[in-house]
Design a protein around this ligand. Structure first.
Ligand SMILES: NC(=O)c1ccc[n+]([C@@H]2O[C@H](COP(=O)([O-])OP(=O)(O)OC[C@H]3O[C@@H](n4cnc5c(N)ncnc54)[C@H](OP(=O)(O)O)[C@@H]3O)[C@@H](O)[C@H]2O)c1
Length: 351
């Protein structure tokens, strides 16, 4: 790429916003030209408005950038807008940006269900990006909205795709152990979570039960036909900083042995279009064979936080197979995923 593409981040001071800034630092295709947050932060230099919670240092270029309001007129100059806004705000604001010609890569749940909005994991359903063309024609937008899934659906769907392709997934019973950074900053109070597990995350179970079905579905002339898989999900908040674990019991069209499953997972590759993009996970899936892995603290940064890590693949007395999936929730499950989506948009000539 001869010239870098100017981009902006909405919700730049939050848990996901900070990840965007960290991952966009030195990005080969994208250059951050604007950062936006609420009126609490507007007008302040980023370094003074943001309570930085990442272990990597805040990039120098970000420290002195003045935060602007989350409006299209404040972001002129950017072509792609990475949105880390709360869902209620995203619902109102993201269409304004798309109408004004920006490509919005959103982490929020507001538009994931819309028929003409891609819900994307490039290593799973890169072809669904073609919905952008339909969206533009239908809504008369020169920009677009594309979304990435909930951070718990993310790693789960990557692992399921590898298995579904070969064995035909029918039913999935899943239990999540979700990290604190998934609740944003400052998120869950320490008195609620230390020495504790919270067995409810508002709205999360429904997302984990339908989002994989859209992403594993087929793109046809009338949109995406959802995969006919039945999901049952339990979602729990645990005292881990980053990295969501999902324990899954799976039923297929025919019995599948752990050895067959490990072979399918290890051999899985992203579709060609998504394989060599700058943020592509390398490898897409890593299978660990130790009895006590994956673990969030040890394994979440596999493949720079973009690889889905699977372990404990074994027979299941209820269904056919059980396994454990780990994915970094603010990297693969949020900011890194949005950036990967934007790279696919550019590579497909759809920006
Ligand atoms: N955390 C995850 O693992 C994860 C994963 C996938 C998806 N998501 C989704 O990503 C989005 C962001 O999540 P988060 O965890 O980063 O939340 P967060 O830490 O609470 O950050 C929220 C951000 O939105 C900004 N904001 C709040 N009100 C605003 C307003 N009226 N106008 C403009 N900006 C406003 C905040 O700015 P101020 O600092 O100025 O208040 C802050 O930058 C949510 O939709 C979430 O569901 C999160």
């Amino acid at each position: 790429m001869n010239q870098q593409i100017p981009v902006a981040v909405l919700g730049a001071t939050g848990s996901v916003g900070q990840r965007f800034i960290s991952l966009l630092d030195g990005h080969p295709w994208f250059k951050v030209v604007a950062l936006a947050a609420s009126d609490r932060s507007e007008g302040k230099p980023y370094a003074s408005a943001c309570r930085w919670i990442l272990s990597d240092p805040m990039p120098e270029w970000a420290r002195t950038m003045t935060l602007v309001p989350a409006t299209p007129s404040a972001l002129t100059g950017a072509r792609i807008v990475f949105s880390a806004l709360p869902a209620d705000l995203a619902k109102d604001l993201e269409p304004e940006f798309a109408r004004a010609g920006f490509a919005v890569c959103s982490n929020a749940s507001s538009y994931r269900r819309d028929e003409d909005v891609p819900l994307l994991l490039p290593e799973v359903n890169a072809d669904h990006i073609q919905l952008v063309t339909r969206q533009r024609a239908r809504r008369g937008w020169s920009g677009c909205i594309m979304t990435n899934p909930n951070c718990t659906s993310t790693g789960l769907t990557v692992a399921l795709k590898a298995l579904d392709d070969q064995f035909g997934l029918q039913r999935a019973f899943v239990v999540s152990l979700q990290a604190l950074s998934g609740a944003g900053y400052p998120g869950v109070s320490s008195l609620d979570i230390i020495d504790n597990v919270i067995p409810n995350i508002g709205g999360e179970e429904a997302k984990v039960e339908w989002e994989p079905r859209k992403m594993l579905g087929k793109l046809g002339p009338d949109g995406v036909e959802f995969a006919p898989v039945v999901f049952s999900a339990h979602t729990n908040r645990v005292a881990v900083v980053d990295g969501h674990i999902v324990c899954a019991s799976l039923e297929f069209a025919q019995p599948v042995s752990p050895e067959q499953a490990v072979r399918a997972l290890s051999a899985y590759q992203a579709p060609l279009a998504a394989r060599d993009l700058p943020s592509a996970p390398r490898p897409a899936i890593l299978v660990r064979d130790e009895a006590d892995r994956p673990q969030p603290r040890l394994d979440r940064m596999t493949g720079r936080g973009m690889t889905t890590v699977v372990g404990r693949v074994r027979p299941d007395p209820l269904f056919h197979l059980k396994l454990v999936v780990l994915s970094h929730n603010t990297i693969r499950g949020a900011a890194g995923g949005s950036i990967y989506n934007a790279e696919l948009l550019v590579q497909q000539g759809l920006l």
